[in-house]
Ligand binder design. Sequence first.
Ligand code: 13P
Length: 287
Amino acid sequence: MLVNARDMLVKASKGHYAVAQININNLEWTKAVLQTAQELQSPVILGVSEGAGKYMTGMATVAAMVKAMDKSLGITVPVALHLDHGSYEGCLDCIEAGFTSIMFDGSHFSIEENVQKTTELVKKAHDLGMSIEAEVGSIGGEEDGVVGAGEVADPAECKRIADLGIDFLAAGIGNIHGVYPDNWKGLDFDALGKINEITGGMPLVLHGGTGIPEEMIKKAISLGVSKINVNTECQLTFAAATRKYIEAGKDLQGKGFDPRKLLAPGAEAIKATTKEKFEVFGSIGKA
Ligand code: 13P
């Protein structure tokens, strides 16, 4: 059931668990995540980066595919279709395409410009019943061409953006897209605690969910994180399972080259990773 992400995150925030945003890249990804959410009765957010949208030939294609699949698979759990790290134009594109939720990443602008653009997009999104996420303090590393220095968000700036009527806030707290380096210092819980306090319980978003240890995830949830984004981990497990299938020569046995067979182990790996995230984030049975 396609919905915006507001209610599911308010519920998660009250219930002290987090909803996973699993980024999708193609049909197999979408199907695997939707089936897992339905099987485990978990709400889920399908994240789409602008790069992934382009790969799938545009956001209109993505929205049409997700809507049709949600129906054909008989999905009854709440599913939000959400733009990940959107530019201003990217947000307009997804509003037009029929997404149910957008993220405007204005973290690389001055705070004044971030405030101005976020204000405009809050109105546009809410007029259509969509939820909107904004960002303060960039997420480190790179995702689909979006590069961030990884600065920790200033709580006062978080409050300014939160007061614009956004539905949930991504605040940089030392998190990084992609695999964490060995010398990573960990999440800045001091900053997270201050941001949680000053924003008055607004659902907070933790990007860079790949590879964050379970105890840090639990602590982040206890300090107001209600949405955790995962992208790289599904890509890694998909690639490893596909590699194993090919290295075992299974694509050369019988009709093992059939894409429905070739991509099946990868799809199963995405399901297993998604399940693991739902377990750790505590969202199973919360649909
Ligand atoms: P990872 O790729 O590190 O899991 O981060 C995903 C993310 O934050 C999407 O915005």
